[in-house]
Design a protein around this ligand. Structure first.
Ligand code: NAD
Ligand code: UFG
Length: 331
Protein backbone atom coordinates (compact mmCIF):
# COMPACT_ATOMS: atom_id res chain seq x y z
CA UNK A 1 0.00 0.00 0.00
CA UNK A 2 1.39 3.40 -1.08
CA UNK A 3 0.41 6.75 0.46
CA UNK A 4 0.36 9.60 -2.06
CA UNK A 5 0.16 13.08 -0.50
CA UNK A 6 -1.08 15.74 -2.92
CA UNK A 7 -2.39 12.90 -5.07
CA UNK A 8 -5.29 14.82 -6.60
CA UNK A 9 -2.88 17.39 -8.08
CA UNK A 10 -1.22 17.51 -11.48
CA UNK A 11 1.78 15.23 -11.01
CA UNK A 12 0.18 13.25 -8.18
CA UNK A 13 -2.83 12.16 -10.25
CA UNK A 14 -0.59 11.00 -13.10
CA UNK A 15 1.51 9.06 -10.61
CA UNK A 16 -1.63 7.42 -9.19
CA UNK A 17 -2.41 6.18 -12.73
CA UNK A 18 1.04 4.60 -13.05
CA UNK A 19 0.87 3.09 -9.56
CA UNK A 20 -2.56 1.53 -10.15
CA UNK A 21 -1.51 0.27 -13.59
CA UNK A 22 1.50 -1.38 -11.98
CA UNK A 23 -0.74 -3.15 -9.45
CA UNK A 24 -0.10 -1.07 -6.31
CA UNK A 25 -2.87 -0.20 -3.86
CA UNK A 26 -3.01 3.55 -3.39
CA UNK A 27 -4.25 5.85 -0.65
CA UNK A 28 -4.40 9.56 -1.51
CA UNK A 29 -4.52 12.43 0.94
CA UNK A 30 -4.96 16.03 -0.18
CA UNK A 31 -6.47 19.18 1.33
CA UNK A 32 -7.82 20.11 -2.12
CA UNK A 33 -6.32 23.61 -1.87
CA UNK A 34 -5.12 23.43 -5.49
CA UNK A 35 -7.01 20.52 -7.03
CA UNK A 36 -10.35 18.77 -7.13
CA UNK A 37 -11.22 15.28 -5.99
CA UNK A 38 -12.75 14.72 -9.47
CA UNK A 39 -9.25 13.99 -10.76
CA UNK A 40 -9.46 10.65 -8.95
CA UNK A 41 -12.68 9.82 -10.86
CA UNK A 42 -10.66 10.43 -14.02
CA UNK A 43 -7.87 8.20 -12.67
CA UNK A 44 -10.49 5.49 -12.17
CA UNK A 45 -11.77 5.94 -15.73
CA UNK A 46 -8.24 5.58 -17.08
CA UNK A 47 -7.16 2.60 -15.00
CA UNK A 48 -10.42 0.85 -14.09
CA UNK A 49 -9.16 0.91 -10.49
CA UNK A 50 -9.77 3.20 -7.52
CA UNK A 51 -7.58 5.00 -5.02
CA UNK A 52 -8.83 5.47 -1.48
CA UNK A 53 -9.13 9.18 -0.71
CA UNK A 54 -9.01 11.13 2.54
CA UNK A 55 -9.33 14.90 2.64
CA UNK A 56 -6.51 15.57 5.09
CA UNK A 57 -4.03 18.41 5.41
CA UNK A 58 -0.44 17.28 5.99
CA UNK A 59 -0.25 19.79 8.84
CA UNK A 60 -3.08 17.95 10.64
CA UNK A 61 -1.17 15.52 12.83
CA UNK A 62 -4.24 13.71 14.18
CA UNK A 63 -5.83 13.54 10.74
CA UNK A 64 -2.64 11.90 9.44
CA UNK A 65 -2.59 9.50 12.39
CA UNK A 66 -6.10 8.32 11.58
CA UNK A 67 -5.00 7.45 8.03
CA UNK A 68 -1.84 5.70 9.22
CA UNK A 69 -3.87 3.71 11.77
CA UNK A 70 -6.11 2.36 9.00
CA UNK A 71 -3.38 1.35 6.51
CA UNK A 72 0.12 -0.07 6.61
CA UNK A 73 2.21 1.89 4.09
CA UNK A 74 5.36 0.55 2.46
CA UNK A 75 6.22 3.97 1.02
CA UNK A 76 5.01 7.58 1.00
CA UNK A 77 5.18 9.60 -2.21
CA UNK A 78 5.06 13.19 -1.04
CA UNK A 79 3.73 15.75 -3.54
CA UNK A 80 1.65 17.93 -1.21
CA UNK A 81 2.89 21.49 -1.16
CA UNK A 82 2.37 24.98 -2.50
CA UNK A 83 4.30 25.68 -5.69
CA UNK A 84 3.76 29.20 -7.03
CA UNK A 85 7.06 31.10 -7.03
CA UNK A 86 5.54 34.62 -7.15
CA UNK A 87 3.03 33.84 -4.41
CA UNK A 88 5.86 32.52 -2.23
CA UNK A 89 7.62 35.90 -2.48
CA UNK A 90 4.43 37.66 -1.38
CA UNK A 91 3.48 35.17 1.36
CA UNK A 92 6.68 33.50 2.56
CA UNK A 93 5.26 32.61 5.96
CA UNK A 94 2.48 30.61 4.32
CA UNK A 95 4.96 28.73 2.12
CA UNK A 96 7.39 27.90 4.91
CA UNK A 97 4.56 26.88 7.18
CA UNK A 98 2.62 24.78 4.68
CA UNK A 99 5.57 23.09 3.00
CA UNK A 100 8.10 22.74 5.82
CA UNK A 101 5.86 22.28 8.85
CA UNK A 102 3.66 20.00 6.75
CA UNK A 103 6.60 17.80 5.82
CA UNK A 104 7.85 17.73 9.43
CA UNK A 105 4.40 16.65 10.63
CA UNK A 106 4.22 13.96 7.98
CA UNK A 107 7.69 12.71 8.95
CA UNK A 108 6.74 12.66 12.62
CA UNK A 109 3.69 10.49 11.94
CA UNK A 110 5.67 8.27 9.56
CA UNK A 111 8.20 7.69 12.37
CA UNK A 112 5.43 6.86 14.86
CA UNK A 113 4.09 4.21 12.51
CA UNK A 114 7.51 2.95 11.50
CA UNK A 115 7.14 3.93 7.82
CA UNK A 116 10.71 4.34 6.56
CA UNK A 117 10.47 5.08 2.87
CA UNK A 118 9.66 8.44 1.24
CA UNK A 119 9.86 9.76 -2.31
CA UNK A 120 9.94 13.56 -2.28
CA UNK A 121 9.03 16.09 -4.99
CA UNK A 122 12.01 18.36 -5.17
CA UNK A 123 12.74 20.70 -8.04
CA UNK A 124 15.49 21.89 -10.34
CA UNK A 125 14.90 25.20 -8.60
CA UNK A 126 17.40 23.96 -5.94
CA UNK A 127 20.22 24.54 -8.44
CA UNK A 128 19.68 28.30 -7.92
CA UNK A 129 21.17 30.61 -10.53
CA UNK A 130 24.92 30.04 -10.17
CA UNK A 131 25.32 26.60 -11.74
CA UNK A 132 25.89 25.94 -15.43
CA UNK A 133 23.70 23.44 -17.32
CA UNK A 134 23.80 20.51 -17.75
CA UNK A 135 23.02 20.37 -14.03
CA UNK A 136 24.40 17.46 -12.04
CA UNK A 137 23.16 16.27 -8.67
CA UNK A 138 26.44 17.03 -6.89
CA UNK A 139 26.22 20.79 -7.59
CA UNK A 140 25.77 23.22 -4.71
CA UNK A 141 22.14 24.01 -3.97
CA UNK A 142 20.55 27.38 -3.24
CA UNK A 143 17.42 29.26 -4.14
CA UNK A 144 16.20 32.64 -5.33
CA UNK A 145 12.76 32.69 -3.71
CA UNK A 146 10.93 31.25 -0.66
CA UNK A 147 9.38 28.40 -2.68
CA UNK A 148 12.84 27.34 -3.79
CA UNK A 149 14.16 27.61 -0.23
CA UNK A 150 11.38 25.32 1.00
CA UNK A 151 12.70 22.69 -1.43
CA UNK A 152 16.33 23.21 -0.37
CA UNK A 153 15.32 23.01 3.30
CA UNK A 154 13.11 19.95 2.84
CA UNK A 155 15.96 18.18 1.06
CA UNK A 156 18.19 19.01 4.06
CA UNK A 157 15.62 17.85 6.60
CA UNK A 158 15.07 14.56 4.78
CA UNK A 159 18.82 13.98 4.42
CA UNK A 160 19.44 14.66 8.13
CA UNK A 161 16.65 12.27 9.11
CA UNK A 162 18.13 9.57 6.89
CA UNK A 163 21.57 10.23 8.41
CA UNK A 164 20.17 9.79 11.92
CA UNK A 165 18.23 6.62 11.11
CA UNK A 166 20.08 4.16 8.93
CA UNK A 167 16.84 2.33 8.07
CA UNK A 168 15.38 5.41 6.35
CA UNK A 169 15.07 5.41 2.56
CA UNK A 170 14.70 8.80 0.95
CA UNK A 171 14.47 9.74 -2.73
CA UNK A 172 14.89 13.42 -3.56
CA UNK A 173 13.55 13.77 -7.09
CA UNK A 174 14.55 17.03 -8.75
CA UNK A 175 11.95 17.64 -11.43
CA UNK A 176 12.75 19.85 -14.37
CA UNK A 177 9.72 21.35 -16.18
CA UNK A 178 6.77 18.93 -16.14
CA UNK A 179 4.26 19.57 -18.92
CA UNK A 180 1.82 17.61 -21.07
CA UNK A 181 -1.08 15.52 -19.85
CA UNK A 182 -2.31 11.98 -19.83
CA UNK A 183 -3.01 10.94 -23.47
CA UNK A 184 -6.64 10.22 -22.51
CA UNK A 185 -7.14 13.97 -22.01
CA UNK A 186 -8.87 13.19 -18.71
CA UNK A 187 -6.19 14.60 -16.38
CA UNK A 188 -3.79 17.46 -16.94
CA UNK A 189 -2.86 20.91 -15.68
CA UNK A 190 -5.50 23.61 -15.51
CA UNK A 191 -4.39 26.27 -13.03
CA UNK A 192 -6.76 28.92 -11.64
CA UNK A 193 -6.41 32.44 -13.03
CA UNK A 194 -3.68 33.62 -15.38
CA UNK A 195 -0.96 30.95 -15.49
CA UNK A 196 2.63 31.76 -14.57
CA UNK A 197 4.10 28.80 -16.40
CA UNK A 198 4.68 28.63 -20.11
CA UNK A 199 2.63 25.64 -21.22
CA UNK A 200 -0.66 26.40 -19.44
CA UNK A 201 -0.37 29.94 -20.82
CA UNK A 202 0.21 28.70 -24.37
CA UNK A 203 -2.79 26.34 -23.97
CA UNK A 204 -5.05 29.26 -23.03
CA UNK A 205 -3.84 31.21 -26.07
CA UNK A 206 -4.53 28.19 -28.28
CA UNK A 207 -8.12 27.83 -27.01
CA UNK A 208 -8.67 31.57 -27.53
CA UNK A 209 -8.95 32.58 -23.87
CA UNK A 210 -5.81 34.74 -23.92
CA UNK A 211 -4.82 36.93 -26.89
CA UNK A 212 -1.09 36.22 -27.12
CA UNK A 213 1.93 34.82 -25.30
CA UNK A 214 4.42 37.23 -23.75
CA UNK A 215 7.87 35.82 -24.45
CA UNK A 216 10.00 36.93 -21.52
CA UNK A 217 13.21 38.00 -23.24
CA UNK A 218 14.71 37.35 -26.66
CA UNK A 219 18.24 38.47 -25.85
CA UNK A 220 19.54 35.57 -23.79
CA UNK A 221 22.65 33.76 -24.94
CA UNK A 222 20.63 30.82 -26.30
CA UNK A 223 19.81 29.33 -29.70
CA UNK A 224 17.25 32.05 -30.54
CA UNK A 225 17.54 34.43 -27.56
CA UNK A 226 14.56 33.04 -25.62
CA UNK A 227 14.92 31.04 -22.38
CA UNK A 228 15.82 27.35 -22.56
CA UNK A 229 14.30 24.72 -20.22
CA UNK A 230 14.22 20.95 -19.92
CA UNK A 231 10.54 20.08 -20.43
CA UNK A 232 9.51 16.60 -19.37
CA UNK A 233 6.26 14.79 -20.10
CA UNK A 234 4.29 14.35 -16.88
CA UNK A 235 3.68 10.65 -17.72
CA UNK A 236 7.45 10.05 -17.95
CA UNK A 237 7.87 11.95 -14.70
CA UNK A 238 5.20 9.84 -13.01
CA UNK A 239 7.00 6.67 -14.10
CA UNK A 240 10.21 8.04 -12.56
CA UNK A 241 8.51 7.84 -9.15
CA UNK A 242 7.89 4.12 -9.52
CA UNK A 243 11.49 3.61 -10.55
CA UNK A 244 12.67 5.56 -7.49
CA UNK A 245 10.36 3.64 -5.19
CA UNK A 246 11.68 0.32 -6.50
CA UNK A 247 15.24 1.53 -6.01
CA UNK A 248 14.48 2.42 -2.38
CA UNK A 249 13.16 -1.07 -1.75
CA UNK A 250 16.77 -2.31 -2.11
CA UNK A 251 18.74 0.74 -0.92
CA UNK A 252 18.70 2.56 2.42
CA UNK A 253 19.96 6.14 2.65
CA UNK A 254 19.40 9.11 0.35
CA UNK A 255 19.03 9.03 -3.42
CA UNK A 256 19.19 12.44 -5.11
CA UNK A 257 18.33 12.35 -8.75
CA UNK A 258 17.34 14.66 -11.60
CA UNK A 259 14.18 13.81 -13.50
CA UNK A 260 14.57 15.60 -16.80
CA UNK A 261 15.15 14.62 -20.40
CA UNK A 262 18.60 16.18 -20.65
CA UNK A 263 17.42 18.26 -23.65
CA UNK A 264 16.74 21.97 -23.55
CA UNK A 265 14.13 23.74 -25.70
CA UNK A 266 13.70 27.49 -26.06
CA UNK A 267 10.38 29.25 -25.54
CA UNK A 268 10.14 29.90 -29.28
CA UNK A 269 10.90 26.25 -30.09
CA UNK A 270 8.13 25.15 -27.71
CA UNK A 271 5.73 27.59 -29.37
CA UNK A 272 6.62 26.13 -32.79
CA UNK A 273 6.08 22.55 -31.56
CA UNK A 274 2.76 23.54 -30.00
CA UNK A 275 1.58 25.25 -33.19
CA UNK A 276 2.38 22.09 -35.13
CA UNK A 277 0.63 19.84 -32.59
CA UNK A 278 -2.51 21.96 -32.32
CA UNK A 279 -2.82 23.53 -35.77
CA UNK A 280 -3.51 26.79 -33.92
CA UNK A 281 -1.82 30.16 -34.24
CA UNK A 282 0.02 31.26 -31.10
CA UNK A 283 0.64 35.01 -31.45
CA UNK A 284 3.69 36.14 -29.44
CA UNK A 285 4.80 39.48 -28.03
CA UNK A 286 8.45 39.83 -27.15
CA UNK A 287 8.49 41.25 -23.61
CA UNK A 288 11.21 42.17 -21.11
CA UNK A 289 13.02 39.39 -19.26
CA UNK A 290 11.18 38.05 -16.21
CA UNK A 291 13.13 38.85 -13.01
CA UNK A 292 14.79 35.75 -11.53
CA UNK A 293 14.83 33.76 -14.79
CA UNK A 294 18.05 32.14 -15.98
CA UNK A 295 18.94 31.83 -19.67
CA UNK A 296 19.24 28.09 -19.77
CA UNK A 297 18.37 25.27 -17.40
CA UNK A 298 18.56 21.59 -18.29
CA UNK A 299 19.45 18.34 -16.60
CA UNK A 300 22.28 15.91 -16.83
CA UNK A 301 19.89 12.95 -16.86
CA UNK A 302 22.53 10.21 -16.70
CA UNK A 303 22.30 9.39 -12.98
CA UNK A 304 18.62 8.42 -13.23
CA UNK A 305 19.42 6.24 -16.22
CA UNK A 306 22.31 4.56 -14.42
CA UNK A 307 20.74 4.00 -10.99
CA UNK A 308 17.04 3.72 -11.77
CA UNK A 309 17.20 2.47 -15.33
CA UNK A 310 14.73 5.26 -16.04
CA UNK A 311 14.84 7.79 -18.81
CA UNK A 312 12.23 9.95 -20.47
CA UNK A 313 10.66 8.36 -23.54
CA UNK A 314 8.40 11.14 -24.81
CA UNK A 315 9.63 14.18 -26.72
CA UNK A 316 8.54 17.78 -27.04
CA UNK A 317 6.06 16.94 -29.83
CA UNK A 318 4.39 14.30 -27.62
CA UNK A 319 4.25 16.81 -24.77
CA UNK A 320 2.60 19.48 -26.94
CA UNK A 321 0.18 16.98 -28.53
CA UNK A 322 -1.04 15.76 -25.13
CA UNK A 323 -1.14 19.27 -23.64
CA UNK A 324 -3.30 20.41 -26.58
CA UNK A 325 -5.53 17.33 -26.36
CA UNK A 326 -6.18 18.13 -22.68
CA UNK A 327 -6.60 21.87 -23.30
CA UNK A 328 -9.04 21.44 -26.19
CA UNK A 329 -11.26 19.22 -24.01
CA UNK A 330 -10.97 20.95 -20.65
CA UNK A 331 -9.83 24.59 -20.82
P1 NAD B 1 -0.36 20.65 -7.64
O1 NAD B 1 -0.67 21.94 -6.97
O2 NAD B 1 -1.20 20.24 -8.81
O3 NAD B 1 -0.37 19.45 -6.58
C1 NAD B 1 -0.04 19.65 -5.23
C2 NAD B 1 -1.19 19.10 -4.41
O4 NAD B 1 -0.90 19.26 -3.02
C3 NAD B 1 -2.51 19.84 -4.67
O5 NAD B 1 -3.51 18.89 -4.99
C4 NAD B 1 -2.82 20.54 -3.35
O6 NAD B 1 -4.22 20.64 -3.11
C5 NAD B 1 -2.08 19.67 -2.36
N1 NAD B 1 -1.67 20.35 -1.12
C6 NAD B 1 -1.01 21.53 -0.98
N2 NAD B 1 -0.80 21.77 0.31
C7 NAD B 1 -1.30 20.72 1.02
C8 NAD B 1 -1.39 20.40 2.39
N3 NAD B 1 -0.92 21.22 3.33
N4 NAD B 1 -1.98 19.24 2.76
C9 NAD B 1 -2.50 18.40 1.82
N5 NAD B 1 -2.46 18.67 0.50
C10 NAD B 1 -1.86 19.81 0.11
O7 NAD B 1 1.17 20.70 -8.05
P2 NAD B 1 2.05 19.67 -8.92
O8 NAD B 1 2.51 20.40 -10.10
O9 NAD B 1 1.36 18.39 -9.04
O10 NAD B 1 3.30 19.55 -7.94
C11 NAD B 1 3.45 18.47 -7.04
C12 NAD B 1 4.75 18.66 -6.28
O11 NAD B 1 5.82 18.74 -7.21
C13 NAD B 1 4.82 19.94 -5.45
O12 NAD B 1 5.50 19.66 -4.25
C14 NAD B 1 5.66 20.87 -6.32
O13 NAD B 1 6.35 21.82 -5.56
C15 NAD B 1 6.61 19.88 -6.98
N6 NAD B 1 7.17 20.38 -8.25
C16 NAD B 1 6.32 20.78 -9.23
C17 NAD B 1 6.86 21.28 -10.43
C18 NAD B 1 5.95 21.77 -11.52
O14 NAD B 1 6.41 22.53 -12.37
N7 NAD B 1 4.69 21.36 -11.58
C19 NAD B 1 8.24 21.38 -10.59
C20 NAD B 1 9.07 20.94 -9.56
C21 NAD B 1 8.52 20.43 -8.39
N1 UFG C 1 7.89 32.08 -20.17
C1 UFG C 1 7.49 33.02 -21.09
N2 UFG C 1 6.23 33.49 -21.01
C2 UFG C 1 5.33 33.07 -20.06
C3 UFG C 1 5.76 32.11 -19.13
C4 UFG C 1 7.06 31.62 -19.20
O1 UFG C 1 8.27 33.42 -21.97
O2 UFG C 1 4.19 33.56 -20.03
C5 UFG C 1 9.26 31.53 -20.27
C6 UFG C 1 10.11 31.77 -19.04
O3 UFG C 1 10.75 33.03 -19.12
C7 UFG C 1 11.08 30.58 -19.11
C8 UFG C 1 10.23 29.47 -19.73
O4 UFG C 1 9.15 30.12 -20.39
O5 UFG C 1 12.13 30.88 -19.99
C9 UFG C 1 9.67 28.50 -18.71
O6 UFG C 1 8.99 29.23 -17.70
P1 UFG C 1 8.05 28.50 -16.63
O7 UFG C 1 7.47 29.57 -15.75
O8 UFG C 1 7.11 27.59 -17.31
O9 UFG C 1 9.07 27.57 -15.84
P2 UFG C 1 10.34 27.98 -14.97
O10 UFG C 1 11.48 27.21 -15.56
O11 UFG C 1 10.51 29.42 -14.81
O12 UFG C 1 9.88 27.46 -13.55
C10 UFG C 1 9.67 26.10 -13.31
C11 UFG C 1 8.66 25.88 -12.19
C12 UFG C 1 9.20 26.40 -10.89
C13 UFG C 1 10.54 25.84 -10.62
C14 UFG C 1 11.45 26.11 -11.80
C15 UFG C 1 12.82 25.52 -11.65
O13 UFG C 1 7.45 26.53 -12.47
O14 UFG C 1 8.33 26.00 -9.85
O15 UFG C 1 10.87 25.53 -12.98
O16 UFG C 1 12.74 24.15 -11.65
F1 UFG C 1 11.03 26.43 -9.53
Amino acid sequence: MILVTGGTGFIGSHTCVELLNAGYEVVVIDNLSNSKVDSLDAVKKITGKSCLFYKVDINDENGLREVFKKHKFECVIHFAGLKAVGESVEKPHWYYSNNISGTLTLLKVMAEFNVKSIVFSSSATVYGCDNQSPLTEDMRTSATNPYGWTKVMQEQILSDIAFADSDMRVALLRYFNPIGAHPSGLIGENPNGIPNNLLPYVCLVAVGKLPHLNVFGDDYDTIDGSGVRDYIHVVDLAKGHLAAMRYLADHAGVLTVNLGTGNGYSVLQVVEAYKKASGKEIPVNISPRRPGDVASNFADASKAKKLLNWSAELDINDMCRDAWNFASKNM
